[in-house]
Ligand binder design. Sequence first.
Ligand SMILES: [Zn+2]
Ligand SMILES: [Zn+2]
Length: 303
Amino acid sequence: MEEVELSPPHPHEIRIKVFSSSLCRSDISAWESQASSAIFPRIFGHEASGIVESIGEGVTEFREGDHVLTVFTGECRTCRQCTSGKSNVCQVLGLERRGVMHSDQKTRFSIKGKPVFHYCAVSSFSEYTVVHSGCAVKVSPNAPLEKICLLSCGVAAGLGAAWNVAAVSEGSTVVIFGLGTVGLSVAQGARLKGASRIIGVDTNPDKCEKAKAFGVTEFINPSDSSEPIQQASYFSISTYSDPSWDFEFDIEVHLSCLFHMASGMGVDSHSRCTKSEARDVCPLWLVAYGKNTQGNHIWRVET
Ligand SMILES: [Zn+2]
Ligand SMILES: [Zn+2]
């Protein structure tokens, strides 16, 4: 634990008393500096709920005492991307990778005058944090703050994947590789959209019962087979899926997603690409057969 100083909110920023913050895999990846350059000292955390403690000049949409969720991909609501209706990657408040605030490229945290860098311009592993007002969303004061922090990243990502990107429809068959928070939320989203088969793939046998509670109808553990994952799951899944997802980018798993999709109909969607060697892989021959692979940034969820 470290004592840090936090400045008051600058214009168009709010200071939040953090109530709950969950640990997302992206925090760990960034801590291990797998996907981005090493920026330290730094405060991680980007999936949080809290209460507005103070507001900066020009903030009109929040008041002290409002209950909020942080949003690591903010919205200015005026740039080309925000007004397109097709993208949630704001050109002004999009994902911040340099450890500073969007507006002035400086930090609000410090220790004895030395900067402590941010993560995704949220930094919720602290008692208080400052975010741009476009990087928070107001929620009902009746919503349980200790639970809804998951909506700030993982749950919203999964529901958005099912609803906005793959647009799961009645009677769809979906395959989900990886049953963490995001994968389980995809299952929940697919169930709400009427998918008839929801196949969950995970190497952890403990996920089986949990996944069924979220809507998974069939569970496959690739470790139960001596065959490579593509073979094992290919022969277990008798029909091709419409959409499929891979939530922990792995080349073998990603290729398996593509194998399983119906040509010209499916959407293979993966959440992150942290391993440098994975960036060199592009299974073009599968794309040529009408398979769609699509990168997603918090699955087009907008606030
Ligand atoms: Zn996250
Ligand atoms: Zn924008």
